[in-house]
Design a protein around this ligand. Structure first.
Ligand code: R5P
Length: 298
């Protein structure tokens, strides 16, 4: 039997695109709140004997999205789904991968355990924030396909904005992996800066002299925009006139958009791993391709 795609909450926009590409049936999942804030989930179609591809993206409101995901995965299995393949393009809590201060929860581990506990048999994600864990296999015991949007972003920057040959700047060591990938597509060099985070919305980025007129900053996540805004500021101070920004997961919380506008970003290119107004690159074809080799029937 052909797999079905379960379209859940924040992942619905992607579920629809993936269904169009793969031809897999789309089953809507009703997710709503009871008056007291508890979560109600209902799978609106038949999953028995089929691989259920559960598409959910964990932003905005990651805690709500996570509960929706867990309830749906467990329910799909209870209703006889052969396997649950979680498609979680933006995987939350990955940055809390250590006990930075005494007593803190190492949330990335806890969330990984919960997803496994829910009966998820395999996971597909995009640009998982790997830092202290170098490989998804160090965090998960189920198979994880960690796709990268780097090539798609690079191709877009080249094709639509003519940025081939433009120096790529990664704001911090973690961003090296994404900066390197985009630079390869642009056929340009990449430079990785160092970042010190002093608070949730307060970062300091090392100075650099590129000796060039334009640059493109590449990172995995824009959350408050503090990292990118500070990097733009540093580059502009050193004489770079046009600073472009590309990232995979555009969360844009707090005053992120204001921050980016006020430092004069030339353009912002993101993907649709989370719904956001700057998404010009869709990761749906990438995910659909990955699913081809995974999802199947009895
Ligand atoms: C952290 O290392 C990530 O790669 C991003 O740089 C970070 O999450 C961006 O957060 P913000 O936009 O709040 O500075």
């Amino acid at each position: 039997m052909r797999p079905v795609i379960l379209a859940l909450g924040a992942g619905t926009h992607l579920a629809v695109k993936i269904s169009r590409i793969t031809g897999y049936d789309l089953v809507p999942v009703e997710a709503r709140r009871f008056p007291d804030g508890e979560t109600y989930i209902r799978i609106g179609g038949d999953v028995e004997g089929r691989d259920a591809v559960l598409v959910q993206t964990m932003h905005p409101q990651p805690n709500e999205r996570l509960i929706e995901y867990l309830f749906t995965a467990v329910t799909a299995k209870e209703l006889g789904a052969r396997r649950v393949i979680g498609v979680v393009p933006y995987f939350p809590y990955a940055r809390q991968d250590s006990r930075f201060s005494e007593g803190e929860a190492v949330s990335s581990n806890i969330v990984a355990r919960l997803v496994e506990w829910s009966g998820t048999d395999a996971l597909v994600t995009v640009d998982l924030h790997l830092h202290r864990y170098r490989e998804p296999g160090e965090l998960f015991s189920v198979p994880v396909t960690n796709l990268s949007a780097g090539d798609l972003l690079g191709e877009y920057l080249k094709r639509e904005l003519g940025l081939d040959g433009t120096t790529v700047v990664g704001p911090d060591e973690e961003s090296r992996q994404w900066a390197e990938r985009v630079a390869r597509v642009l056929g340009s060099r990449f430079v990785v800066l160092t970042k010190e985070r002093r608070g949730a919305e307060d970062v300091e980025v090392s100075r650099v002299e590129l000796g060039e007129d334009r640059a493109v900053i590449v990172d995995d996540i824009i959350s408050t925009g503090a990292t990118v805004a500070e990097t733009v500021r540093v580059l502009r101070e050193s004489g770079v006139r046009e600073v472009y920004v590309a990232c995979t997961h555009s969360l844009l919380v707090s005053a992120a958009e204001y921050r980016l506008l006020s430092v004069g970003v030339a353009d912002l290119v993101t993907t649709d791993t989370v719904p956001n107004p700057y998404a010009r690159v869709s990761v749906a074809p990438l995910i659909a391709e990955a699913l081809k080799g995974m999802a199947g029937g009895a």
